[in-house]
Design a protein. Sequence first.
Length: 111
Amino acid sequence: MFKALADPTRRLLMDALFERDGRPLRELEEVVAARVDMTRFGVSKHLRLLEAAGLVTTRRVGRVKEHYLNPVPIQQIHRRWIGKYTARARTADALIDLKQELENTTEEGST
């Protein structure tokens, strides 16, 4: 999944799906073409990689294949890697605030 997220074009596609889910390849191709010179085949290849990583799901509606953002893998990364450090950061921030408050109280008492 990290490899899939490493590419700026794939991140652009994910941002487009975040803005509005259920986009067909044609619309996603237009989004990418506005920023990067890429063929429909290239956009399709990037979408397949995102789908293989579990970051994008698809649904057929008639002849059109709609693409949807799957936020679950990203949330799992957040829980596993970011969330635990955020909890410690809050504790560290509280200790820093306490230290500054105690130092200010000590300085006020000595004047």
